[in-house]
Structures are given as C-alpha cells and as structure tokens.
Design a binder for this molecule. Structure first.
Ligand SMILES: Cc1cc2nc3c(=O)[nH]c(=O)nc-3n(C[C@H](O)[C@H](O)[C@H](O)COP(=O)(O)OP(=O)(O)OC[C@H]3O[C@@H](n4cnc5c(N)ncnc54)[C@H](O)[C@@H]3O)c2cc1C
Length: 464
C-alpha cells in the first residue's frame, strides 16, 4: 500500500539519542517515505552538546583522534552509502602491518618487533593490520598457532559477514522484524548468540593456544572482553580486525550522525536530556531535565537503557538485565618505558601491544596512533579500570600530556544472549539498542535503526 501525504495526519516522531542509531532512524524514515516532510516532524533529543554519541574524537598534542568507534569494515554498506550521500571524505587505513606483541603480565609471549617495522593506526587495531600482520608474519604465526586455526577462524568470519549482508537485501525479500531473535534467526546468525566464541572456535577446530592468545587479544581490543563472550559479537570483532580495506571518516565518524540529521531535516535539540516518557491517550509526552514537555506520536529510544534513568509511565515490562562493559580510553603523548615490559631497549617495544585474558592485567591494549619523532609518540590505551597516574608514571618514561575518557562502551556479552524487545510497550515506543546484544558497531546500529524505521512505517503508517 502506498500512502500519499494527504492520507495521514501530521505526525511527530521523537528520537532519544543523536548517535548513529538515532540519526539512522531519521534518515531511513525520510528515505522510505521521501515525501513525508510536510506531515512528519522528526525531533531528535541529545543530552550532550554535540551529536555522535560513541562516535567522538579527542584532541591531544594538537592532533585529533577517534576516542570511541574508529574503524568501519569494507562491507559496512550503510556506512559506505552515508559517506557517499553526505559527501564525507574517507580515510583508508594502510595495509602496512604494525609490529605486534602479546603481553602476559610478565613477558611478551609473542613479539614480532624484529621482523616488522611499521606504524599502527590505533588501539582498535584495524583488522587489516591485524590480519595484514598475520599475512606478513605468516611463518612465525603459523609455527606458533598452526595454519588450521587461521583457516577455521576465517571460515567462521566469512560465514558471519556473508549472513549479515542479508540485511541489505531489498524490502521485498526482507521482512520487517518485530524482535531481535527473529531478525537474527532469519539471517542465520541466531545460533552464534547461544554459544561462546571460544566454544565455537574450539568446535571448528582452532587450537586452544590460538584462541587464548591471539583471539583474546582481538576481543579484548574491540570489546574489552575475553573469548568467553558470545560467538556472534566475538566473530564480528574478529571481522573488524582482519579485513583488508578498513576505513573511517576523515575528521571524525561523528560527521555521519551530523550529516544524517541535517539531511533528514530533523529538528535537533542538543543539551536536552529526556528523563520521562509518559503515555497520554494515543500519544506520548516526553519530559526533559529542563522541565520541558514534548508531544510525540512515536518515540524511538536510540541509546542503551541500561545506565539511564528514564521514567516510563505506565512502566514498560522489565527488559532483560544487561551490564555495560566500561572501557577506559587513555591517550598519552610521550614514550613507553621498555623496562616496564621487561624489554632491553625502546626499539623492542611493539607498536601494538595486546594482552592475554588475566583480570590482574592493568590494560587490554596499547597502540601507537601517531609517531611524532623517534622519542615521542601518541598512544591509545584501552583498559577495564581507570589508568591511574602512578601506573602511567611506571609505564611511561616520558609523559607530556594525558587525556582520559570513560565509556559505557558496549554490552557485556554472554551466551546465550537474551534480547530486549524492539517494541517496548506493544504500541509505538521503539528501542534500537535492543540489537546491541548481538554486537555493538556503528553498522549494527544502522542496520537495527533501518529495521526500526521500517517497523514504524509498517506499524504506525501501515505503509508496508
Ligand atoms: C571505545 C569504543 C570503541 C569502539 N570501536 C568501534 C569501532 O572501531 N567500530 C565500530 O563500528 N564500532 C565501535 N564501537 C561501537 C560503536 O561506537 C557503537 O556501537 C555505536 O556508535 C552505537 O551507536 P548508538 O547510536 O546506538 O549509541 P550512542 O552512540 O551511544 O548514541 C546514543 C546517544 O544518546 C544520547 N543520550 C543518552 N541518553 C539520553 C537521554 N536520556 N536524552 C537524550 N539523549 C540521550 C547519548 O548522549 C548519545 O549521544 C566502539 C565503541 C567504543 C565505546
């Protein structure tokens, strides 16, 4: 059924959160209903003074770096189409491989520093670098971990990427999903949320050493979690670390959200934190911490509810309890102290230093993100705990500037995962970030947002 603007009354869609999820809902509502501007008003509320959410940059030593979401996969087709639509400049990551070390708290159990001398891009080791590294240093890695482990892991990653690409199929062959479970089952990905990455890789025939060292490094870098996380999120994290052609937006990935909001002609209310969503007749009333009230026909929550204090009236059914993994991103302009890592000289320190899973280790990874000169670098550290000054003073022989960011970063992944509903109240209150239990990436947010936009169109406007 095709609706024309005169068929439907003026409608206000309110979106809470101006990250890639919220801005994508606005984009897809307009895209699938291009003539809706006259009768659909889209209001986006953002508690921060800037858009982008977990796509944010930091500036240190006069240079700007991604502090949160950094890397996009070459098969992230929504992100790629956004970049094209919005005319955003793209940065392709070099295929040059950084040297990699794996630290167990006492020693480097693996160090490629003697055979690789290139610069790394960031703590989110792009998978091109991760896997490019593997290709370059194939003999050494194959000797330690065995060829079979790499092949089996690649098969799993290829399977997940191929299955995920079903979400780009046209609307005629792709249903609108009312639940995350249905969405994952339809693509053939659900079973990967019922098992851990470790078990999935062991079943496939990868070696325990490979999983406990190399794969743990990747999951700790990308999600601050171990290989005991659910297999789907774990596989997606490996995919992001092993593909050739990873990329980002020049100047910051947050530009995607800014561009989509503008392009979709949405009204953006910055510094406006929503703390109440009340049902009033057939509509909703949003209340902000400024005491302002907004009448909405449809409400979209485009942020994780887990650490929020939004009061729903009447209360929504309890959603499955989910803890967020906090990741502390610490940026240091200085020089790492090689002695801290038991190394003889500075030149033995690898450009990317990952860690095995050990709760006592103070960080998950350290990577050089900029080389200023031989004695001065900018490093990005990810850790599960704050990096205290006393620790940093031991780890660094020179520390000129330090910038810290505490992220409520992504869900703590478990198998089996239990998903919150996309539709929170059985009416027109929607939740994009229910999908984050599958995996948390810019693209998965966009894919979930596209489904929410289709749900709104089919359920509210009945425009299937
Ligand atoms: C350290 C880190 C590294 C990452 N690396 C990558 C990567 O390399 N590649 C990748 O694809 N993904 C990466 N991710 C994941 C990615 O950032 C997220 O999956 C994605 O950005 C989530 O987008 P979102 O719009 O769903 O949520 P968010 O980006 O969190 O947006 C939600 C927005 O809602 C706002 N908000 C919250 N509550 C309210 C309220 N009550 N009222 C109004 N506004 C509110 C928030 O301020 C925020 O702006 C990383 C994440 C982190 C933290």
């Amino acid at each position: 059924m095709v609706l024309t603007p005169s068929d439907v009354p003026t409608t206000t869609v309110c979106i809470i959160g101006a990250g890639i999820g919220g801005s994508s809902v606005a984009h897809f509502l307009r895209k699938y209903y291009p003539n809706s501007t006259p009768f659909t008003k889209i209001l986006i509320f953002e508690k921060n003074p800037v858009v982008g959410g977990r796509m944010a940059t930091v500036t240190i030593g006069g240079h700007t770096f991604e502090a949160g979401a950094s890397i996009l996969h070459p098969k992230n087709l929504h992100a790629a189409s956004y970049a094209k639509l919005l005319n955003l400049k793209v940065k392709q990551y070099s295929s040059k491989s950084p040297s990699l070390g794996i630290w167990d708290g006492n020693k480097l159990v693996f160090n490629s520093v003697n055979i690789a001398t290139s610069s790394s891009s960031c703590c989110n080791i792009p998978l091109i670098d991760k896997l490019g590294f593997l290709a370059t240093h194939v003999t050494r890695l194959f000797l330690r971990y065995g060829v079979r482990s790499f092949l089996k892991t690649k098969n799993l990653v290829d399977y997940a990427v191929e299955r995920f690409s079903k979400y780009y199929e046209g609307g005629e062959s792709r249903p609108v999903f009312e639940t995350v479970d249905d969405m994952l089952k339809w693509a053939g990905l659900y079973h990967l949320t019922t098992t851990t990455l470790k078990d999935e890789l062991l079943d496939a025939g990868s070696s325990p050493l490979f999983i406990d060292e190399l794969v743990n490094v990747i999951t700790r870098v990308n999600y601050g979690q171990s290989v005991r996380m659910s297999a789907l999120a774990g596989t997606i994290s490996i995919a992001g670390s092993s593909a050739a052609g990873v990329w980002s937006i020049k100047g910051g990935n947050w530009k995607i959200a800014a561009g989509l909001i503008k392009e979709s002609n949405a009204v953006l209310r910055l510094n406006e934190e929503i703390d109440g969503v009340a049902r009033v007749g057939d509509c909703y009333e949003l209340k902000s911490t400024k005491g302002k009230r907004y009448k909405c026909d449809v409400v979209v929550v485009a942020t994780p509810l887990d650490e929020l204090n939004i009061r729903f009236t009447p209360p929504i059914s309890p959603i499955p309890e989910r803890k967020l993994q906090h990741t502390y991103a610490t940026f240091v302009w200085g020089l790492l102290n090689h002695e801290y890592f038991g190394l003889k000289c500075e030149s033995e320190v690898p450009e990317v230093l990952g860690t095995v899973e050990d709760p006592d280790l103070p960080f998950s990874c350290i990577a050089i993100i900029k080389e200023h000169n031989e004695k001065e670098f900018t490093y990005k550290i990810f850790s599960r705990q704050p990096m205290e000054d006393t620790l940093l003073d031991r780890m660094f022989s020179v520390r000129k500037e330090t910038v810290r960011k505490n992220w409520a970063a992504y869900p703590q992944y478990h198998a089996p995962e239990v998903f919150a509903p996309f539709i929170l109240d059985g009416r027109h209150l929607y939740y994009v970030n229910a999908f984050e239990n599958a995996a948390s990436t810019m693209e998965t947010s966009a894919v979930a947002a596209e489904n929410i936009a289709r749900l709104i169109l089919s359920r509210y406007f009945k425009a299937k």
